[in-house]
Design a protein around this ligand. Structure first.
Ligand code: CTP
Ligand code: MG
Length: 247
């Protein structure tokens, strides 16, 4: 029984807009990628870590993560791809036959707690091939379509979108990472997803979506507010408060 965690850290962080990749931005004195790696290690259920890094930064990322005494796991660093999906695929190539469970986690969710990591792995080990943490949706959500006229208007006026549907929010979940998978299932899902990405130029934003596309079941376990995603400066401020709360 071997669990490998792929920690995606190869994104540029364009929406954060700093002059270094998002995973290397500091939070309470440590890079986001290190916060995430420490909590994966602290879960006690991860045996190996693969970090996907931005081009040219493998050495720096290795020093940060593998050099940290709290990350007491074998660590490998690989160059990521141009999309998150391609980055996960690069990490997955390092998951050998001896690995039975693969976690995929984003450095952009640096504070995902060890207990959440254990919950996801436990559900996979109970026999679910794909498991995602999810939270209830607090806002009412509308599905919209961009009518041709609206797109034309949007060029120089306020965006006008047509509402198509209001799904029952009681049946919606906001999903987080880490997501957990039976390794063979994730490998198959990524192989199929790579063909689709090549044909349709559309990459998936999460791995469970690729499993769903195979027609296999994906299950949700309770997520955690602390596993919030850092996208903007405001998120970093909130995460700073959460770190204070932790200690
Ligand atoms: N990621 C990755 N490889 C990519 C793109 C994203 O490994 N080519 C990772 C990011 O490092 C992040 C996670 O996927 O940990 C989620 O992506 P996101 O939050 O969108 O991060 P960025 O793509 O870096 O940010 P932005 O979209 O604002 O540029
Ligand atoms: Mg992105």
């Amino acid at each position: 029984m071997t669990t490998l965690a792929i920690l995606t850290a190869a994104g540029s962080g364009s929406r954060l807009g700093r002059d270094l990749p998002k995973a290397l931005v500091g939070l309470a004195g440590f890079p986001l990628v290190l916060h995430a790696a420490r909590r994966l290690a602290a879960s006690g259920v991860v045996d190996m870590l693969v970090v996907t890094c931005p081009p040219g930064l493998a050495g720096a990322v290795r020093e940060i993560v593998a050099g940290d005494p709290q990350v007491d796991l074998p660590v490998r660093v690989v160059d990521g791809g141009t999309t998150r999906q391609a980055s996960v695929a690069a990490g997955l190539r390092l998951a050998g036959e001896g690995v039975d469970v693969v976690l995929v986690h984003d450095a952009a969710r640096p504070l995902a707690p060890p207990a959440l990591v254990r919950r996801v792995v436990a559900a996979v080990r109970r026999g679910h091939p794909a498991v995602v943490p999810g939270l209830p949706v607090v806002d009412t959500v509308k599905r919209v379509e961009l009518a041709a006229v609206a797109v034309a208007e949007a060029a120089d006026g306020p965006l006008v979108e047509r509402v198509v549907e209001t799904p029952d929010r009681g049946l919606l979940r906001v999903v987080q990472t880490p997501q957990g998978f039976d390794r063979a299932v994730l490998v198959r899902a990524h192989a199929a997803g790579a063909s689709r990405a090549a044909a349709e130029h559309l990459a998936a934003t999460d791995d469970a979506g690729l499993v769903e596309a195979l027609g296999l079941p994906v299950h949700v376990v309770a997520g955690d507010e602390a596993a919030m995603k850092i996208t903007t400066e405001r998120d970093l401020l909130v995460a700073g408060l959460l770190v204070e709360e932790e200690s």
